[in-house]
Design a protein around this ligand. Structure first.
Ligand code: KIV
Ligand code: ZN
Length: 497
């Protein structure tokens, strides 16, 4: 029988520590409910003593969520533990996560203490937490840089004091996979009573090793992984939930499993990204926009012959409708033929060869070739303008003024204008566009990314909208991000019309 790996999600605690990603209580409850749907075992809901807002969030999540264990973080300080216990009062299943630094850096420079005093404080904190809850997790902060012999003494002492889970964080993301795996193995082999507690990994991604380290931890006996959606977290982030879960699912030979409902991964990732206003990098494993997009000719040909030639995961498994074949100057005839067939054309070999030549010429000038470009190349709608284009955009915005926008669109050659207000110039302009097109348009994704760092930079804008259950994508790049945003929206709308 395979072993279960408990998934401990800390998106709402370690993930939320990222500057600019703070959520209010209502948003946190929404994320917590989505995490419950996703099937996580433990939700670390916050650090209750840190602020009244965090206290309230832990309390409200405790009321709103039934299945996962709700966990509150504390330092090895009595007041923290008392406040966490209060915040968890309404949780059906509760856990206090207490701990202290154990590396020479933390002992000397952060805590101005000695190794023996740290063990005493660790034991006292676990015993104190046990007065309030049965389930107590202890973290040995900076365990990644803690000497294994000393770490084993700490772990043994806290298990004897009643810790049910012992967390071995690589707080600074320093360890290499083999080193982290060896640390867990050492603890499994050298700590008396280790079988009485679950060992947990909590890896940060400073060297890009967080997922690899967590997997090595599992292979060496850890049975809980601490993770966040999209790998969000301090500095370079935490271990990403979707990567560990899918690594386990993809390697059927591993003697472990999780209870995560993989089909919900993508939508939960989108929710976290949009509520935290934290875009997912396009090449992010599993959930990035390009994770299932194929653009080079050889790969496209291979995927069209058999998806598994270049995909180890079926995108549907994580809730993504389908892989995409992007037409670029690197695409080959197979991808072009495939797309043209989807558009309803049947071409002879000669017609395809001719089209391919013209396609390459255009692709050298234009990064992405879209369906309307192809139609134009095919001659059907050559020289036809887009159904909708942006003719004029004027915005009023700034401090202490109500943002307003006036938009003029050309729809099938006819000019139509509208003016609207909003909570910012983009919101105002989007409202004006929606007034003109008079269609129910749901904005599913809106992403602006700077290409370099200067204030004269280009903003790349991606928009995804839904109309009558179908998705449409729009793209634009401009040094004026408001114009770029409206152009991307108009680009998407022109595909509906
Ligand atoms: O990275 C870390 O060490 C932590 C602990 C507080 C668990 O986040
Ligand atoms: Zn952490």
């Amino acid at each position: 029988m395979d072993d279960k790996i408990f998934v401990f999600d800390t998106t709402l605690r370690d993930g939320e520590q990222v500057p600019g990603c703070q959520l209010n209580t209502v948003e946190k409850i929404e994320v917590a409910k989505a995490l419950e749907q996703l099937g996580v075992d433990i939700i670390e809901a916050g650090f209750p003593v840190s602020s009244p807002g965090d206290f309230q969030s832990v309390q409200e999540i405790s009321k709103a969520v039934s299945n996962p264990v709700i966990c509150g973080l504390t330092r090895a300080v009595e007041k923290d533990i008392e406040v966490a216990a209060q915040a968890l009062e309404y949780a059906k299943r509760k856990r206090i996560h207490t701990g202290i630094g154990t590396s020479p850096y933390h002992i000397k420079f952060k805590l101005n203490s000695t190794p023996e005093q740290i063990i005493e404080r660790a034991v006292a904190a676990v015993k104190y937490a046990k007065k309030f809850v049965e389930d107590v997790e202890f973290y040995a902060e900076d365990a990644g840089r803690t000497d294994n012999e000393y770490l084993a003494r700490v772990v043994e002492a806290v298990i004897a004091a009643g810790a049910t889970v012992v967390n071995i964080p690589d707080t600074t993301g320093y360890c290499l996979p083999a080193e982290f795996g060896a640390k867990i193995k050492f603890l499994k082999e050298n700590v008396k009573g280790v079988h009485k507690a679950i060992l947990s990994t909590h890896c940060h991604n400073d060297l890009g090793m967080a997922t690899a380290n967590s997997i090595e931890g599992i292979l060496n006996g850890a049975r809980q992984v601490e993770v966040t959606l999209n790998g969000i977290g301090e500095r370079a982030g935490n271990t990403s939930l979707e990567e560990v879960v899918m690594a386990i699912r993809s390697h059927k030979d591993l003697p472990v499993y999780t209870d995560i409902k993989a089909k919900n991964i993508y939508k939960t990732s989108r929710l976290v990204s949009s509520l935290m206003r934290m875009p997912v990098q396009p090449n992010k494993a599993i959930v990035g926009r390009n994770a299932f997009a194929h653009s080079s000719g050889i790969h496209q040909d291979g995927v069209l012959k058999n998806r598994e030639n270049y995909e180890i995961i079926d995108p549907k498994e994580v809730g993504i409708k389908e892989s995409s074949i992007e037409l670029t100057a690197r695409s080959g005839r197979a991808a072009l033929k495939h797309r043209v067939q989807l558009l309803g054309y049947k071409l002879s070999k000669k017609e395809l060869d001719d089209l391919y030549g013209r396609f390459l010429e255009l692709a050298d000038k234009k990064k992405d070739i879209k369906d309307d470009d192809l139609e134009a190349l095919l001659g059907n709608v050559s020289k036809k303008e887009k159904a909708v284009s942006l003719d004029l955009l004027q915005v009023v915005c700034g401090k202490s003024v109500v943002p307003m926008a006036t938009v003029t669109l050309k729809i099938n050659g006819e000019e139509q204008s509208a003016t609207a207000s909003g909570n910012g110039p983009i919101d105002a302009a989007f409202s004006a566009v929606k007034q003109i097109v008079k269609r129910k348009i749901l904005l599913e994704e809106f992403l602006i990314q700077a290409i370099t760092r200067g204030s004269d930079d280009m903003g790349k804008v991606h928009v995804q909208i839904e109309n009558r259950g179908k998705m449409y994508y729009g793209f634009s790049a401009s040094t004026d991000i408001i114009t770029g945003a409206v152009e991307a929206l108009v680009d998407a709308i022109s595909k509906i019309l």
